[in-house]
Design a binder for this molecule. Structure first.
Ligand code: NAP
Length: 369
């Protein structure tokens, strides 16, 4: 297969660097352009970037000259967007209009009713929303998004449980890594010896995004009317997502961990108090839909279940399955809900750059590029 030319927007940032690292030697994609802000444009990548990963900066990127994040300067079939939401809101549609597939980490379009919010191991079929998106917007490109990094691992675990038992309610408390706030993120004086019990906008995302991803893909000529859809713009959608009827309550916290978001979750099920060994087996044996199983970035395994009383831990478990697996442990009965457990996911790999690359692989595999 000829390699597909791709670019990274926001290449110098925390997520951008993960893209640079994960795209080195990718079997399908070749990085042809790196874009960032005016601060970095016209500099070599190695000059403009303060490299924060513990693997070395790949040689291929070092001498690439950073270009502006514009359709004129970036010639690629796929752009991976690691832009902040306000910038993404303006720039991503310009690329989609120009025929480019935008695989975005930003929250700007996650809740638009014709934009897929994707975790391929959960809702690969939602990618077909882009057919409606292309009709609605008259674009030959498209925008596809991955969820916020705290929703990611939680939603993978909930999908396995929802298929087996039906999920009714979720109470979730996160302990989120510093890299989730970008670089330089939270000041060391604020986070050492401390926990910050608020991450702006995060709780709302954790309470809404899983409902879209666990929702049903429906093809219809009738537009959706229920709450949760952004039906403000344009013609009625031909396909839409019916959000899952699950109630969420989330608390989100920043903790002094470099990478890896941990979430403690209590879950009420339609099948009350299932056998805990059965729950563990359901999670361990969960497999991705056929179309998302054998892609270069497919998580192997999708879910790793730890039996030890003190796992998962971010430092020890975040790189399970090259950082793409969801790690679950401490599965036990819950005296208010039905079960409770701890879930861990690498926020800049599965929760960001790795997730976007996995989405792009699905797009190519489905013949939708
Ligand atoms: P970051 O470290 O602050 O990086 C931001 C990047 O955007 C930098 O490369 C910056 O370039 C570039 N940029 C800023 N303004 C620009 C402009 N006007 N035009 C072009 N490029 C511009 O942020 P991050 O943590 O990587 O997050 C990036 C996005 O991913 C955000 O939307 C975030 O919410 C999302 N996300 C992050 C995570 C995570 O774990 N970090 C997880 C999921 C989603 P300069 O260096 O030149 O300023």
């Amino acid at each position: 297969m000829n390699q597909i030319p791709v670019a990274v927007l926001g290449a110098t940032g925390s997520v951008g660097q993960r893209f640079i690292s994960l795209l080195e030697n990718h079997p399908w994609f070749k990085v042809v352009a790196l874009a960032a802000s005016d601060r970095s444009v016209n500099q070599k990548y190695s000059q403009a970037t303060r490299w924060i990963l513990d693997s070395p900066m790949p040689d291929y990127a070092k001498d690439m000259i950073i270009v502006p994040a514009s359709v004129e300067a970036v010639q690629a079939k796929i752009v991976f967007s690691a832009l902040h939401s306000d910038v993404a809101k303006e720039l991503e549609p310009q690329f989609a209009k120009a025929g480019v597939a935008v695989c975005s980490n930003a929250s700007a379009f996650r809740q638009a009713d014709d934009v897929p919010l994707l975790l391929p191991e959960v809702n690969a079929n939602h990618i077909h929303l882009i057919t409606t998106q292309r009709k609605n917007k008259n674009w030959s490109g498209c925008i596809i998004t991955n969820p916020n990094c705290t929703s990611t691992g939680l939603t993978v675990a909930l999908k396995a449980l929802d298929d087996a038992f039906g999920v009714k309610k979720v109470f979730a408390v996160s302990m989120q890594a510093l890299s989730g706030a970008g670089y330089p993120g939270v000041s060391s004086m604020d986070i050492i010896d401390n926990i910050i019990p608020n991450i702006n906008g995060e709780e709302e995302k954790v309470e809404l995004e899983p409902r879209k991803m666990l929702g049903k893909y429906i093809e219809s000529l009738v537009p959706p009317s229920s709450a949760g859809y952004d039906s403000a713009a344009g013609t009625p959608p031909r396909a839409f997502i019916e959000f899952a009827d699950i109630k969420f309550s989330a608390h989100t916290n920043r903790v002094a961990v470099l990478d890896g978001h941990t979430v403690c979750a209590s879950v009420a099920l339609s099948t009350p108090q299932p056998d805990l060994q059965v729950v563990s087996d359901i999670l361990r044996n969960y497999s991705a839909p056929e179309s998302a199983k054998n892609l270069p970035s497919s998580p192997r395994p999708v879910i790793s279940v730890r039996e030890e009383a003190d796992r998962p831990q971010p430092r020890l478990d975040r790189l399970t399955g090259k950082g793409m697996s969801t790690v679950v442990g401490r599965i036990r009965e819950d005296s208010i809900f039905d079960i409770k457990f701890v879930v861990l996911s690498h926020n800049t790999i599965r929760g960001a750059a790795g997730g976007s690359i996995y989405n792009a692989e699905l797009l190519v595999n489905e013949g939708l590029l």
